[in-house]
Design a protein around this ligand. Structure first.
Ligand SMILES: [Zn+2]
Length: 225
């Protein structure tokens, strides 16, 4: 059973100068209640917050518009209001860490496949290329290019490059996968560069060539999907 729902946690802020409307004591503090969506009571999505005012003397507590008016009248600025408790971010941070782990744990498996693809290239293999590293003479605007193995001879491998370039490896990977899966013929061009087989291995070792996927893998993915 999955337990989930909405919850909130109130936090106390600074003391307000205005007296309590109920007991007239200057004992009011600003409150802020932070909503979140929880999964098994672990906050996973931080949602909005609401403002409140509580009297530490008589315990009278107001929320919403009435509270806001008091806070504003009490000349409390935003700094008087407490911030979201850090543990509300435990879920989002854990989720981000999990995603990062999935993305980064790939490489052990990926790096083996990359080394294999460099040693034994096949037509249709797609490489994300750090252009500055692999082709320093070429003029490019962004760091990562995408090359597809179009031809293989005894001596070398011809990579047809996409016109598209990217800031990050991940962008390049996502876009090239999408283009290849969607059979976007205009994504890869026939304009490219010959690399020797040794160069491919060298660049792969230096991480200037990052194996993205093979034609084979994409076919399997399409079947599975
Ligand atoms: Zn009071």
């Amino acid at each position: 059973m999955i337990i989930f729902g909405f919850s909130s946690s109130p936090r106390e802020g600074d003391a307000l100068s205005s007296p309590c409307s109920h007991c007239q004591q200057s004992a009011q503090v600003a409150l802020r209640s932070f909503n979140y969506f929880h999964l098994f009571f672990l906050p996973v999505i931080p949602l909005g917050s609401k403002q409140g005012v509580s009297c530490t003397h008589c315990q009278k507590t107001l929320w919403g518009r009435d509270a806001r008016a008091i806070i504003e009248a009490g000349a409390a600025d935003d700094s008087d209001l407490p911030g979201r408790p850090f543990w509300h971010f435990v879920g989002p941070v854990a989720a981000a860490a999990l995603i990062a782990l999935v993305l980064l744990s790939g490489p052990s498996d990926r790096s083996i496949r990359a080394a294999e693809a460099a040693a034994a290239p096949s037509v249709g293999d797609v490489w994300i290329v750090n252009m500055e590293g692999a082709i320093p003479d070429i003029e490019i605007e962004l760091t990562y290019g995408v090359g597809r193995v179009d031809e293989i001879t005894e001596d070398g491998v011809y990579l047809g490059f996409s016109d598209w370039q990217y800031d990050s490896f991940l962008q390049a990977l996502t876009a090239s996968r999408k283009a290849a899966a969607g059979r976007d013929d205009e994504y890869f061009t026939t304009a490219g560069v010959w690399f020797s087989r040794d160069e491919i291995i060298t660049f792969e070792n230096a991480h200037d060539f990052i194996w993205a996927f093979s034609a084979e893998e994409l076919k399997e993915g399409a079947k599975a999907g």
